[in-house]
Structures are given as C-alpha cells and as structure tokens.
Design a protein around this ligand. Sequence first.
Ligand code: BGC
Length: 906
Amino acid sequence: MGLTSSARTGSSSTPATSTDSSRFSTPTPSRQPSPPPQVPQVSEPSMVDESRGNAALDRSFLDANVDELLRQMTTDEKISLLSGKNWWETATIPRLNVPSVKVTDGPNGARGSSFFKMTKASAIPSATCLASSFSTDLITEAGTLLAEEARARGAVCLLAPTINIQRSPLGGRAFESFSEDPTLSGRLAAAYIKGLQGAGVSACIKHFVCNDQEHERNGEDSVIGERALREIYLRPFQIAQREAGPWAMMTAYNKVNGTHVSESKALIWDLLRTEWGYDGLVMSDWYGTYSVSESVQAGLSLEMPGPTIWRQQRMLNHLIMSHKLAVRDIDGRAREVLSWAQKLARLNPELVYAVPTPERTRDSAEDHASDAKLLRRLAGEGVVLLKNDGALPIREGRVAVIGPNAKTRVISGGGSATLRPLWSVNAWEGMVENKPAAVELSYSLGLQGAKFLPMLDECFTTLDGRPGFDLLHYAIDANGEVAHEPAVTDTHDVSDMFLADFRHPRLGAHYVTEVQARFTSPITGRYEFGLTVTGQGWLYVDEQLVIDNASKQTMGGKFFGNGTIEEKGTVPVEKGKSYTLRVVHDSRRPGKAAVAGTPFIVKGIRIGAFPLVDARQAIEDAVATARAADSVVLVVGLNADYESEGFDRHTLALPLASDELIARVADANPNTVVVVQAGSAVSMPWADKVAGIVQCWYGGNEAGNGIADVVYGLRNPSGRLPLSFPKRECDIAAALNFKSARTKVHYAEGIWIGYRHHNARGIAPLFPFGRGLSYTSFKYSHLGISVDKGTEWTATARVTVTNTGKVTGDHSVHFYTAPPAESPTGLRHPEVALQAFTKVYGLAPGKSATVEVKLDKYAISHWDEYDGTWKVEVGEWALKIGEDAQTMVVEVPFTIDSEMAWTKFV
Ligand code: BGC
C-alpha cells in the first residue's frame, strides 16, 4: 500500500514536522499501489449533527407564547439558545420541544452543509451581474428561486444578500456585493429579501457594517466619519430594513471606530435596534464573536457557528452571578432567537419537523426547465455592452472564439459564495449551442490564463476505472506517527477539495490523505500537474515525485488564505497510455508557516492538470486563428481563484499575458470583441484597439447562454454598470487607504467613492457608473417632478422614454438629484447622486413609455455631523436623468424652501 510503505521508511517515533518529508520518500517505480483496502466509507459530511431530532418533538412550539416558553426555561436552556449547535443549526431544547433551524450560504445560491461534499445547486449570477440589470422585479424572482433552493438544502435562512459597498473594485468580495452606490445596493437588497421572505425563507443581510475588504478582516478597524458611515455604508442596510424588513442580519468581522461590530452597542443596540426599530435576529459572522458580556449586552442574538467558543454555560452563569450580565440580557437574546425560529418553523413546518434527510438537488425536469429559463435571463440581463463599433451582434461569417475563459467553467467568485452547479454552460458551449446557421466557429486557446491549472477531468478515473478518484485517510497518533492502514476511504469527483467540514471519528484534528487516480493521456508531449495544499503535499506520477509542496512552500490565498500557491511539475506522456497519479497530503503545516486565514483549522488539497502550454506558441496560434476569421470573440477574465473571500486583488490588470493576447489578436483582426468574465472592474489598456467590449461578470450556471444571447443579438443588451471602472489603481478613491495598516483602515476619502469621487475630482474613469449600450437607442422627454409637501417631503418623478432605434429593447432609467450650487451649510455634496431607477421592457422602435418613480426625503438629504441628524439643503435643486453618472441628459429644477431635519429613520 503506497502510503504505508513510504511511511515505514520515515523516522519512527518523532512527530512529523515540516522537514520530515522523508517519511513520504518516493517509492520504487516498479511497485504499483494496491487497491484500497476494505475499510468504512465516508458517509455524509459531519458538519451537521444528524441526530438533531426535530422529528421527535411535538409541534407545540408553533403555537407557543415565546415569553411563556422563556418563563419555563432554565437559565442553562436559555444560554444554549445563544449560540449555534453546529456549523449551520441553532440549538434544540427537547424538554420544551424547541426545534433547531438551519441556515445556509448565500448569496448566489444555496450551497448546503458541506464545502467538501457540496450538493449540486442552481447558481444565479454574481451580485454585480444582478445589479447591472437594474431590475428590482427580476431580483425578486431570483430571491424566490433561492428560497426553493435553500429549502432543498434543508435550510430556512439564506445567509444573503451581501450588501457591503464596493469601496474599491479590488475588494476580494466586490463580486459578491451589488454596487458602489448605496441606493442601488439598498433597493436591490430589498427586492432580493422580498423574494426570499415572500417565499417563507429568512434573509440574513450581511455584513453589518464596513467589511469592505478582506485584508485582516477579523481585526482591522474601519476608521470612518459619521457622515460617510451613514450616507454610504449603513445606507443599504437602512433601505433594506425600511423597505423589506429582513428577519436576520449578520455582523461584520471587523471593528468600526475602535469596537468590533459584534459587540458594538452603538451600532447594534443604539442604531439598529433603537433608532431603526429592527426587531429581528442578529448573528455573528462565522467565528466573528470576540467577547462574552459585551456582545450579549450589545444585542448580538446568536454566536455562529457552534459549538460555542464564548457563550459557555459555566461562563455565562458566572457572569450572571457576578452581575456583569443580567438575566434580562440573556432573556432578550434568547427571545430574539426563539421568535425568529418560531416564525420560520411556522412558515416551514414540514421542513423543520422532517426526519433529517440528506440535502436534495432540485433536478426534476420542471424545476430544471424553469430554473434554466430564469438563470439564462439573469445571466443575459446582467451583461453590459461597454463598447460597440458595429461589430455586434454577430449573425454571420467565420467567428474565431479565443481565450483562456472560453472553455472554462466560470460560475462565480470564491469563498463562501462557492457552489457546485448542477449544470453549467461555458462561453464556447453557449456560442456553439445558439449559433445562427450562417456562423462558422473556430477555436484557439490563446493563453492558459488561470491562477491554477484546470481540475482533473474525464482523463482521470479511480484505479479500478470508476469515475473520480480514491481518497484514503490515515490517522496520526499522539506521537505524530501515521497509521499503516487507512482509517476511512472514499471516492470523490472534484479535485478541488476543501476539507474544512470533513470530520470522522477515526481521524483526529490532523490526518494524512492519499489521493489515487489513473490518468490516460489525451496527448503525446508534456503534461503539467499542479498541487496546492494547506499543510504539506507530494504528487507522484507512476511513483516518480513530480511535485514537492512541503520542503519549500509559498503561501497563497487559496482555502480562505490558508493554502499555498500552486506548485507545478511536468512529465512526458504518450497519447492513450495510462499512468498512476498519487498525491499524499499531511494536514499538518510545515514548522513555522503562520498564515492569516480563518481562525479554524482548514484543510484543503487542489490538484490540477493540463497539457503543457507553450505560452508564445499559444499566442501565435491565436493570432493565426484570428487572421483567418471574419470576427473574433475573445473571452478573457478572472475566476474564483482570482476573486474570492479571503484576499483582495492587488491589481486591476487581467492575469498573465491576457492584455498582450488581446492586443495581438486585435492587431490581427479589427473585428475583435472582448468578452470579460470578472466579478468587478478590470483595467483595459487595449480598449481603444478593439471593436467591442462586453462585461458579463460571473453568470452562474447559464453564463455561456447569457453571453451567446447578447453576442448573437438574441437578446438586446440592457445591463448598465453598477460601479465605476477606473483606468488605473491610483484612480480608485480608496487607493491610498485600502489595506489595513497597523490594524487600521482609514476611510479618508469619506463619502467620495465611486462616481462621487470621479465626478468631484474630474478623474475620468475607463467606463462610468451607469454605462451600458444597447443595439437600439433611447431618448428622454417630458421629465417632470411633483412635490408633495405633506407631513413629510415626498415627490413623484416622471419621464417619457422613446426607442429611437431600429430594434426592440429594454431600458433602465436612472434618476439623480443634484443639490443647490451654493450650499447654505457650507458642506460639499456630490454633484449628482442616484436616487431611483426603474426599467421599461420590450419597447418597440418608435414607441414611447412614460415611467414614474417615487422619491422620499432621503433623496435630498445628507448626514449633518455637527447636529447628528439627517438634514436638507435649502435652495434650487435639480432632478436629472443620467445616461451614466457623468452624463446627465435631461433635467428639471425644483425648490426646497424650508429646512428639514430628523434622526429616527421612519
Ligand atoms: C463569511 C460569511 C458566510 C459565513 C458562513 C464567513 O466566512 O464571511 O459571509 O456566510 O462564512 O459560511
């Protein structure tokens, strides 16, 4: 047995250390690994306690009076409610028939309990793609679909939407958040929540507040002025609360102005609960609780995940005894948990009281058909046409599809947004599937542009020929000795294995995993392998050591910041010949390597493989393919390895030689259209050289069909940018203060982010907020505003939109307000700020439609730090319609003649 014999060669009783790779010394090439021995198979992932037993409870909880229930509870029972019982579930109190309820991630689908054995799911596009649609109705439909998805995973709460602000497009989770604009973020959040909660599943909006970067996210202190905090960063949460009333909120990991949010009385108790009147559940981000009495008193209902670190019964009883905490504090938090769980149990009794069943994929023919239809629309409606010199749509001719992203499955960004799609359509498949008869397609790779080599695919099987590969897990004893026989075996089919939630009673916190596979080469030449690990790893082909990712390691961002970069090695191969692949992974980290990842033990192994690409030749081949075509669709971009929770991007640039590839192809063929798959902004030094640019974000399962629909003109594009695309990193408002420096992130740019910054400083973006072309054109007329000065200022705005082009189109209309040129208070305000938007569908050529939106007092307000209130500037205002945030096309004046001020947000 491979590992056993190599383990025997190692030093015997000393615990293994980073340098102890001799225990895995290369076995003799002649020896073939034997088939896995008969040992217990891995069952379901063990993150969720399968014995939760809600099914055994009577349903009295559904009709219970929560205060009466509290009176019947012991203090220990109340305390048990204040933290999760495991990673995804709240506590059960069998004596009083209180059931647990389950939550799941969010935000572009419902992943289910396991990162390791993910249940296949429907993945909607990234939040930036959703936001580009500027359609609240569409987002509500997406929310309704996600409620069904959450339920299929056994969950009654989706940890979503993410509504942090894109302070910088380089933020690791920028793809996961809607926008740089608070009104757009808040309105879309409200639409998403209405969809979810309307279908009986709790939203949990996150991360409250100022978790706007990944660098040192648990410890950084977001130092921010009250005005920026209120007007920009809190505003989406405020709008969501005002318009949709989310039932749960998740606190951010970070501090704001010196205090961690999960224990901030100022933010949770004074602002959220008292000023905004929020009465739902407040849960911490995972391992984002950092105190006992402070967090309880601040109003943090639930510490997640469980079992608790902080809210131990002994500890809380001690604090009650010493009067550091009052029983009423415990009652308050327990009441919040019980009320929330009761609401969800009442809405979903059949699910909450079901005998625990494995999570399910919604894969019936009807579900599949209706999901695919909505997902395709979501993917296509989010596509933003940034430039079109007449190259699009393509309806005929020889079309070369080129680029590193054309044939890869780019679904979403990484981190907790990760999903395993039930199906997926890449750009190439979309282009082939939807091809008009007069189009002839050719393909060239152009660039192997990924941060990691593609995962193992159909070239790999288990040693006995089944799909996937074998995993053998070996226990490590107290002396650091690795067992000779595996404790547990498994077959797995995804070579990106995040073992965060894999536990087995026969394995301790650390263990050794051996991966075995048979590889049949599709080529003659050199094959490249890649290995990324937490801990240490070695990769062998036919028992020859190809990669040693142990004796020398470089840490990277993979596995929430706990993984190495990908180490690579190549081997000569012959087409059709079979080879054995063996990877040994020791989850123990080599000696000193400390990493700034998540605070729990994370284990992961990623194996990649691809024919070795000669980078120069790949570009030359692409240029030749481009030259032989009438037009080119060049699919480039990022993926979950470049954009993820756990780290921020360092550059706006596309990876590796992408820019060079685009420039060379554009030189070879003037009809080059660049399709960018990225969750946020990238730089485009070639923008002037190409005939078309299409930003399609991360499109979920149906990404490729969404792209093809726009490229072939099956859909007239209507997406518009929800964030500014800067030309250079130094043009980003937060450029000088983005990383945590000596534990602090200074939001020195204040309210001047995104288009507010570009407009005020005259720094031209590459493409402005709101930019988005169509295959037709639109004109606005009859803009009007009628103000109602009743008890509270409100207004109705109207405008007529006319399709002045030749094809039917959809169009979102963006209303901005502009404050008086002279501000009586002396405060500086943004030139224009988005206040409302609405969308017209199916407007035929020559036809007009009149749209109407409501404005409230926040449309004309700012936060006055001196008085600590919302205020309104008196004077001549204007309402404007923006083609984008830089270009206002029609406007109408209105007057504010008396001062207004308020604090309570209702
Ligand atoms: C993320 C949350 C997520 C949670 C549970 C955290 O790392 O910040 O957004 O919901 O994990 O997966």
